[in-house]
Design a protein around this ligand. Structure first.
Ligand SMILES: Cc1ncc(COP(=O)(O)O)c(C=O)c1O
Length: 400
């Protein structure tokens, strides 16, 4: 039998990008992945920020198993079912806006599609304003507001019309709004740019953006697909800035790796979305919702938000110490367990990434030019595991 890579090269689309050439995974447990030969890896990528409770958390597995035996699918369009309603109730309790109502889908891109459609539909305005360096997904609508890597857009333009892309300059933002009266439905922004390189948007900027949206009657959409569900030590990154959006998009960590996305909005905005104006066959599938409910419960009961805040600070301080020792590190940034180490050099970043993998640590890159290594482990990682990862990372810095 050929290896997975050789078999994949015959049957898989070459469009699939790869961080590593030869990494073949067989299983995962907690903060560890095991390759097909049984070699153990400490996972600081957690499936690109998805496996917030670690790999195969027993309570998440048990909830999904139980639901699988009870009801796998019916579609919310056909009938109400417990996990869909229960998950919406649980999210309403933690959402940054009051009485938020939910629409579920399968992915981050679809959550963004839903947010864009909702903003347009509810305001009867065609346009969306986005920020330079933002990443919101690969479907055509989400791609229209994505500029983190222009390569993602090549070959697909023209994309959605009436998209306005601004730098992080509120004067320019207000100028765009004023010069397009009654054209812009909403503004979409990531509180921490994820694929843009783990760049934290300042709290003051988010506060002023909120004021600007209120002044001009625009909806504020926070894309928390990557920042959401605890990575920053709070449920949502916007809580650090004490700014609430009108609409929020979630996916990735919401169900510990089960495919689920959510678009939450204030009830007065959701009330303007007519029945049937949007939909999804699999969105909020019972098994994925059961996994999400269990995920939220585990985070709450195992106190994982405070663990992410505490160990995030510990990790950041230690990465900053390494920066002092190794000037190849240009910047350490981020909040909680969502940290980026910028080398300002993509080749070097790749070399370190590959060295770490070889030594048993999974770290993946991000940023417009791939110059940043992201540290986004599971929220229940231990101090011992953080030290283990830091040790491997430090040896990479010494040896490359
Ligand atoms: C902030 C943000 N929004 C949207 C997406 C798209 O999510 P998905 O890949 O699940 O479609 C991502 C994915 O990385 C993301 O980081």
């Amino acid at each position: 039998m050929k290896n997975l890579k050789a078999r994949g090269q015959i049957v898989l689309s070459p469009v699939l990008g790869k961080y590593f050439d030869d990494f073949e995974v067989g299983s995962g447990k907690g903060s560890y992945l095991f390759d097909v030969n049984g070699k153990k890896y400490l996972d600081f990528a957690s499936g690109i920020a998805c496996c917030v409770t670690g790999h195969c958390h027993p309570r998440v597995v048990a909830a999904a198993k139980k639901q699988t035996e009870k009801l796998i699918h019916t579609c919310i369009g056909v009938a109400y079912y417990e996990p869909y309603v229960k998950l919406a109730e649980e999210l309403q309790k933690i959402a940054p806006m009051k009485n938020a109502q939910a629409f579920f889908c399968q992915s981050g891109s679809e959550a963004v599609e839903a947010a864009i459609k909702l903003a347009k539909y509810a305001t009867k305005k065609p346009g969306i304003l986005a920020f330079q360096g933002g990443f919101h997904g690969r479907t055509l609508g989400a791609l229209s507001v994505t500029t983190s890597k222009m390569k993602y857009r090549e070959g697909y333009e023209p994309l959605l019309p009436e998209i306005y892309v601004a730098p992080f300059d509120l004067k320019v933002v207000e100028g765009l709004i004023k010069s397009h009266p009654n054209k812009i439905a909403g503004v979409i922004i990531e509180p921490i740019l994820g694929e843009g390189g783990y760049v934290v948007v300042e709290a003051a900027f988010l506060k002023k953006l909120r004021q600007l949206c209120d002044k001009h009657g625009l909806l504020l959409i926070f894309d928390e697909v990557q920042t959401g569900i605890g990575h920053t030590g709070k449920w949502f990154a916007c809580e650090h800035a004490r700014v609430a959006p009108d609409i929020i998009t979630l996916a990735k960590g919401i169900a510990s790796g089960f495919p689920l996305g959510a678009c939450l909005a204030k009830p007065e905005i959701m009330a303007r979305w007519s029945p049937g104006a949007h939909g999804s066959t699999f969105g909020g599938n019972p098994v994925n919702c059961a996994a999400a409910i269990a995920t939220l419960k585990v985070i709450r009961e195992e106190k994982l938000l405070s663990n992410a805040a505490k160990l995030g600070s510990y990790l950041k301080v230690n990465l900053q110490k390494l920066q002092k020792k190794f000037p190849i590190i240009k910047e350490v940034r981020g909040i909680g367990l969502m940290l980026g180490v910028d080398f300002g050099n993509s080749e070097l970043t790749k070399t370190i990434m590959n060295y770490c993998l070889e030594k048993g640590l999974v770290l993946i890159s991000t940023g417009a030019n791939g110059t940043v290594l992201r540290f986004i482990p599971a929220l229940n990682i231990s101090k011992k595991q953080i030290d283990e990862g830091l040790g491997i990372f430090a040896s990479a810095l010494e040896n490359v």
